[in-house]
Design a protein around this ligand. Structure first.
Ligand code: SIN
Length: 539
């Protein structure tokens, strides 16, 4: 693997400096920016428009133990149990305990969550023992949160936002400390460099690696790949969550049908109109990985549907206006027609390895949100914990930077130049593969159901594609190179884990094997072998 995606010339670059540099404008990026701007001068760089992120697409809501019959202790227990034995207990405790304060801040910033008789209304989602999910505008929670954070960001004078900035690679000094980032400006086609005392990755997920996904086009794992090339460790890359219910209509993208729909009572039915989850503990509200695999299995006998009827017409209209409207645009009325659904890649539990303060193994590099992994989601994220994760661990990074005290602003002369400028420019593309080839390969062989032969074959193909790939300086090529890099990391971790746990299911090793495998996988670019570290537990 190459250290840099493209050739770049240190002598020919516009260089900017900022105290805190944040990459990404979803919930984790913007919330961290707002918190950081209380103390620092902040720059946020985002790949497309500020509003374009996974956050805006979130429907179900944000999980937080704020209802009267709920507590952080119950939220903690539910998160551990969905995480299938792989959660780090301290991370989960932090999430459950600090979540309340962070959500209150969001409400103070102006986020309007739905209320019933004046008090916050909570819905239920799979594997939650309580009604714990705050929602907004029925099923447009992500939109409401993103709106709030974008408006707040624009109000803050200390935050500079630049759109259309694609992160190419991290810049380091000779010791490997992160000094800044190399950026491709989509409008001009030029490169820029940003130096910062602290660089925070909040670049989101990678659903676009798979043939079917609920994620928007921007979710190509760029931040994870850039961090990996620079030497950051990745953790738990085999754990990709597949959402059980995405709309399947020929010719249309797989639009998410929120888990809250089942939380409010909808049934999963097969082609004969029969419920097929009735004998599985938790039924339609079993943990996500279990429901996704049950649907996958049932699809061998025919299409699977989500039936809104048990929710009732009035409540469906009230709670799921966006889902109904989108389905209507596709010619389907959820009020009287069961919705054809199938699983789709949805969320990455793994990512850039961090501690609970967002620190990575590279000095001055932090990560939060979906691109980061501190063990809070284990092998299977509890529904609606991801938005909370972005708030809680983003805020902790700011506290950590503050506690670290004064730092010097990096200088350009200390940035290590790209030694491979000419050699890389000369490499040839001998076996072109397309993004669609990659997405099909990942879906078929590294997807919901995996086994050794398929994973090995996928690994060989990905390696060949990566070796022969030539990356030109445009977003499409650079995204593709990142997708190859991340696809390989997922494949290697999935091949190495010879058990089934949470979202990682191996047909050839169908059992969960706690004695051997209750540990996190770790990968770094220095060594293609997957290594392991223990999970942290309560004493
Ligand atoms: C959903 O609404 O089902 C998605 C929520 C989540 O992924 O946590």
């Amino acid at each position: 693997m190459k250290r840099y995606l493209i050739p770049w010339d240190k002598d020919n670059m516009e260089v900017f400096s900022t105290e805190v540099l944040i990459l990404g404008s979803g919930i984790a990026g913007l919330y961290t920016a707002i918190k950081a701007s209380e103390h620092f001068q902040v720059t946020v760089l985002t790949k497309k428009k500020i509003e374009e992120s996974n956050t805006g697409h979130a429907q179900g809501g944000i999980a937080v133990a704020m209802d009267l019959d709920d507590s952080p202790a119950l939220h903690y227990e539910d998160t551990l149990s969905a995480g299938a034995g792989l959660c780090d207990h301290e991370s989960v405790k932090t999430l459950a305990e600090e979540g309340q304060a962070r959500v209150r801040e969001l409400i103070e910033m102006g986020a309007h969550f739905d209320r019933s008789n004046g008090v916050l209304a909570f819905t239920r989602e799979a594997a939650h023992s309580r009604r714990r999910i705050l929602h907004a505008r029925g099923d447009a929670t992500g939109w409401e949160i993103e709106r709030t954070l974008v408006e707040e960001t624009r109000r803050q004078k200390g935050i500079l936002v630049k759109e259309g900035r694609f992160v190419v690679d991290l810049l380091e000094n000779r010791s490997g400390d992160v000094l800044g980032v190399l950026i491709f400006v989509t409008e001009t086609g030029k490169l820029e460099a940003y130096l910062a005392k602290a660089v925070i990755m909040a670049t989101g997920g990678l659903g676009q690696l798979f043939g079917f996904t609920t994620n928007p086009d921007v979710a190509t794992g760029d931040g994870i790949a850039a961090a990996y090339r620079a030497g950051a460790e990745l953790m738990d890359m085999e754990f990709v969550q597949f959402h059980p219910t995405a709309l399947v209509l020929p010719g249309f993208p797989r639009f998410l049908i929120s888990e809250a729909v089942r939380g409010e009572g909808a049934y999963l039915i097969n082609k004969n109109g029969k419920r097929f989850m009735e004998n599985i503990p938790g039924k339609e509200l079993a943990p996500r990985d279990i429901v996704a695999r049950a649907i996958w299995k049932e699809m061998n006998s025919g299409p699977v549907y989500l039936d809104f009827k048990p929710i009732g017409e009035k409540h469906s209209l009230n709670r799921f206006p966006k889902i109904r409207q989108t389905c209507l645009e596709y010619g389907l009325d959820v009020l009287n027609t069961p919705v054809p659904i199938a699983p789709a890649a949805h969320y990455m539990m793994g990512g850039i390895r961090t501690n609970i303060d967002g620190e990575t193994n590279l000095t001055n590099l932090y990560a939060c949100g979906e691109c980061a992994c501190n063990g809070v989601h284990g092998a299977n994220r509890l529904a609606s914990n991801s938005l909370l994760d972005g708030l809680v661990f983003g805020a902790r990074i700011v506290e950590k930077i503050l506690a670290a005290g004064k730092r010097e602003m990096p200088v350009w002369k200390d940035v290590l130049a790209n030694q491979l400028l000419n050699a890389e420019a000369g490499s040839k593309k001998t076996e072109p593969a397309s993004r669609e080839d990659l997405q099909h390969l990942m879906w078929d062989m590294v997807g919901i159901i995996r086994e050794q032969d398929g994973l090995k074959k996928a690994g060989r193909i990905l390696e060949t594609w990566e070796e022969n790939n030539k990356t030109e300086m445009n977003v499409e090529d650079m995204e593709f190179a990142n997708m190859l890099c991340i696809g390989l990391a997922i494949d290697r971790a999935a091949l190495a884990r010879r058990e089934s746990r949470g979202a990682h299911y191996r047909l050839d090793y169908p059992e969960r094997a706690d004695r051997i495998w209750r540990k996190h996988s770790v990968q770094s670019e220095e060594d293609v072998n997957v290594t392991y570290i223990s999970i942290t537990e309560d004493n």
